[in-house]
Design a protein around this ligand. Structure first.
Ligand code: ADP
Ligand code: MG
Ligand code: ZN
Length: 583
């Protein structure tokens, strides 16, 4: 393949690419256009599909960051109709592969898959076909462990390649390569062998996870050199986001929410544990006879402790609308292709914003309106749920390095729909104090802990660490919790501080630790940079008193922050840093 001379950054533009930016990839052979309609039944292309198809057909290594439901499959399935040879697709789950193959066969595209738990005779039959001069398959799907562990497969691929029949290698869900991703799979790490063995075969890596560190990791591990990166906005305009404090009667709330908004529609409820899945499913169904509340939803549960047959049975039932709600752990989801999921509810906090975005991404793949509701009762490093001011989209997209203009939300998240007018306020002094505080406590506390100390908490944990003797202990007393927390977050967003995620050895929970970025912090502390944020104008100043109450009775590090009763009096007081750059 021709060495790539194109500056990858040119293709790394955010918020959707205009076709004019890369004219060399814009036009497709007319046969490809015709097949998009005829074979796949698509009347047009989705954003970036056309340019990705063209770039991979031109022989480049290509990395595609496209949100869930964006239509990544087409970018390798359409070329097989135009190019000779076989496309090898590495995909993490057999269920996902089976789903793809079913669709391909329906469209009369010959495809097969190999996985370790298939009958050996069946595998041999497929391998034999690969050896034949007139191999009928256009696509061969394999799970990553096949590549890592099967010499037989590699030998067959070498044979295909020798005969010029290995058209393309596709790595689907490529973020699984990276330990930084939310779904690391060790076998994916071995896939670097493919580029080593088949230097000239173009590789197409696809993912819906887009943080910079994950992307770098994947490119490195797969050995892609000078690859072209296509990236588009991860905003999903048809998803409506909201965060709701979790009450004791949470399930009643969920029942009510579903009945009022999505009666008899299809949805997913994500739960933390196996137990939770089963309990939530059972409750919402209302099969417990002594239970007075008969919710009467058609539910089932799904988690990693069920055997494969049970899980696929549940998934099928759900796909066919025989049940409408699936209560699942995060084990459920990757590659789910149901277009009409109308709601994704988080009964417990997701592991990370990245994971949250991914899980919500399973809703509304048909482009129709869908709801994403997060119920939270505690929060450590997912400050997302604590934030009751900023646009939910803005907060999510930040994690993908995308700066979203909250003006474009159009009040489709809970926070945007409640904010009215804003005034600017200089918060440089507080910002400086927070940076100083992180430094003077040795840079090994989480943001929630720093906030507690800053606002003068006298909790056991703070006492144990004797922070009350610090001069900055309580320096931020006058600020509402939400305000202080958002100044701190702004400091992280703008790289004055950095968050390191680590396991806390004290209680075994995951937490992130704040570090100071010296060079940037110096600018701030020396007075060369000021920080101005926006506040809702309805509120004159932060209140003392009630909102100052120490929120947590228990320890912060155990992840138990009380729900926003503690900060709700301050609810309208927090500032909005809609323009994220410090001035
Ligand atoms: P991804 O892998 O990016 O999550 P898929 O490839 O599974 O997304 O596609 C999601 C859905 O979008 C599928 O139902 C697919 O048929 C549909 N789709 C893909 N491309 C188009 C298109 N150009 N026009 C209409 N529908 C499309
Ligand atoms: Mg996909
Ligand atoms: Zn919003």
């Amino acid at each position: 393949s021709a060495p790539c001379k194109i500056d990858p950054m040119r293709f790394d533009a955010l918020s959707g690419m205009k076709s004019g930016m890369h004219p060399q990839f814009h036009s497709l052979p007319s046969i490809a256009l015709a097949n998009n309609k005829k074979v796949f039944g698509n009347h047009s292309f989705r954003p970036n599909q056309r340019v990705v198809i063209n770039a991979t057909m031109s022989g480049y290594d290509v990395f595609v960051l496209m949100p869930t439901g964006g239509g990544k499959s087409l970018t390798y399935q359409l070329p097989v109709l135009v190019c000779p040879g076989i496309t090898l697709v590495i995909s993490p789950l057999v269920s996902l592969i089976q789903d793809q193959i079913m669709h391909l066969l329906q469209a009369n595209i010959p495809a097969a898959y190999l996985s370790a738990n298939m009958e050996w005779t069946e595998q041999q039959e497929i391998l034999r076909e690969l050896c034949s001069d007139y191999c009928k398959y256009k696509l061969l799907y394999v799970t990553p462990e096949k590549v890592a562990k099967s010499d037989v497969l590699l030998r067959h691929l070498e044979s295909l390649n020798g005969r010029g029949l290995l058209a393309r290698i596709v790595i689907d869900e490529a973020h699984c390569v990276s330990q930084w991703g939310h779904d690391f799979r060790p076998d994916y790490k071995e896939l670097g062998i493919l580029k080593k063995k088949f230097e000239k075969t173009p590789v197409l890596a696809l993912t819906a996870t887009a943080t910079a560190s994950v992307k770098e990791d994947v490119v490195q591990a797969l050995g892609l050199v000078d690859c072209i990166v296509f990236r588009q906005s991860f905003n999903r305009p048809n998803l409506w986001y909201s965060v709701i404090p979790k009450a004791k009667k949470c399930l009643e709330d969920i029942d009510k929410f579903i009945k009022e908004n999505h009666f008899d529609e299809c949805g997913i409820i994500y739960c933390l544990s196996r137990m939770d899945c089963e309990k939530v499913a059972e409750k919402l169904q209302g099969i417990v006879e002594c239970d007075q509340t008969e919710f009467g939803h058609k539910t089932a549960f799904y988690h990693g402790n069920m055997d494969a047959a049970q899980r696929s049975f549940v998934q099928k039932q759900w796909s066919k609308d025989e049940i409408n709600i699936i209560c699942a752990t995060v084990a459920f989801g990757m590659g789910i292709n149901k277009p009409d999921v109308r709601f994704v509810i988080h009964h417990s906090l997701p592991k990370s914003i990245e994971g949250y975005h991914q899980e919500c991404g399973r809703a509304g793949r048909d482009g129709q309106r869908a709801s994403c509701v997060l119920y939270y009762s505690y929060s450590d490093y997912v400050s997302y749920s604590e934030n009751d001011v900023d646009c939910r989209r803005l907060l999510q997209l930040l994690h993908f390095g995308e700066k979203f203009d909250a003006g474009n939300c159009g009040n489709t998240c809970d926070n945007c729909s409640k904010i009215k007018t804003l005034v600017e306020r200089d918060v440089t002094e507080s910002a400086k104090q927070l940076v100083e505080l992180v430094k003077s406590t040795g840079q090994h506390f989480s943001s929630s802990h720093i906030l507690e100390v800053y606002r003068g908490s006298l909790s056991q944990f703070v006492k144990r660490h004797r922070h009350e003797n610090l001069s900055l202990h309580g320096a931020g007393k006058h600020l509402a919790k939400g305000e202080a927390s958002r100044i701190l977050r702004h400091l992280v967003i703008e790289d004055f501080l950095a968050e390191d995620v680590k396991k806390s050895d004290i209680y075994g929970s995951v937490s992130s630790v704040l570090k100071v970025n010296e060079s940037k912090a110096h600018k701030l502390c020396s007075g060369r940079q000021r920080i101005v944020l926006r506040f809702p104008s309805s509120v004159k100043a932060s209140k003392q008193g009630k909102s100052e109450a120490t929120p947590a009775k228990g320890s912060l590090m155990s992840g138990k922050l009380s729900p926003p009763q503690a900060c709700s009096p301050a609810q309208p007081q927090s500032e909005v840093d809609l323009n994220l750059s410090a001035k």
